[in-house]
Write a protein that binds this ligand. Sequence first.
Ligand SMILES: NC(=O)CC[C@H](N)C(=O)O
Length: 389
Amino acid sequence: MLADLTRVTITTKKSIHAKKFAKLVFDDGTILDGDGFGYSTTVFGEIVFNTGMVGYTEALTDPSYSGQILTLTYPLVGNYGVPDPSIVDEDGIPKFFESSKIQARGLVVHELSLTASHWNLSMTLDEWMYNEKIPGISGIDTRELTKKLRTSGVMMAALVVSDSEIDVDEIKKQLESAPHYDSEQFMDDVSTKEEKIYGDDENTVVVIDTGAKHAILRNVRDIGYKVVLLPWNTTYEKIMSYNPKGIVLSSGPGDPQKCPDTIDVVKKLIQDNVPTLGICLGAQIIGIAGNTETYKLKYGHRGQNKPCVNLENNQVYVTSQNHGYGIKPESLDKSDFNLWFTNADDKTVEGIKHKTKNCIAVQFHPEAAPGPYDCKFVFEELKQLMEKN
Ligand SMILES: NC(=O)CC[C@H](N)C(=O)O
């Protein structure tokens, strides 16, 4: 059936829940004023930037943005609105949202579009954020802000949206005592509490949920496997009780060192040669399990046009990325892995393959959402490992 492509347009004179006062307060003392939208509240988190031109629905619901205040460098945001969250695919996986809620703590934009127009629109960005109790600030020079973060590195910040005058000194005090992003433990919030099953194919892939995006589940379904989604700290014995053909370690928020249980499980998966694919946080966890080290990048990679070189064929792929940690290039030499992909911009590690076992991992997002589909073949590589096993 053809989709109904009738265009829906919503125009508002200003943010419907417009708040007079909005400020960004950085832990280096910088204060930026703007216009509030979304929900009136104060949040604290690591402020990061994403250079994608589209994809705010997917980015905001990506669990990897938990604990972070997301800045979008593209200057006009909200012009295609937000789709209906209840639309799901044939497996019951939401089609347009990467998880069940907005995961970023707040949103920073240059201009919030007052007109939203799209065939698939069900509400404005402002309404959605209001409903989800997430604050937003517009009128910020996001390019200048990006230059600042590129120079000094990501840092903690407060985003305040308020109906009354903001007491900056009080916010500064609260920011000082707010938990630092690097020390936060996100798994209990982002991981499923119980097993979830998608599809009824004969063969199973277990996805270990350290903050999985829906697109990861959909891509595993697309290569023809039933998906069993399990909590981040499921034991090796429990995982193997599903008789999986392979395992996917998902993306997710925070420092990979905060997932020691998952690291221990991966050591056993590698030892027993169970076909395994790691994505982003999952790649870092696999790296640690196979004797590499991880580190924090100065300002991370967040965008949809990050060039990566596949060293097997010397071809460059355009990839979607969202990470603040990485695998130390110099730690690969003494590890169990060979370098598979490297970042063409800064030569950081973007993919690794185990030297002897069926274990592969990519730092970028082959599932895209948002972003290009160039690297879908990574799921096919997992399939090949599972079929030859
Ligand atoms: N998208 C992800 O999986 C991110 C991984 C990790 N939290 C990082 O920031 O590097």
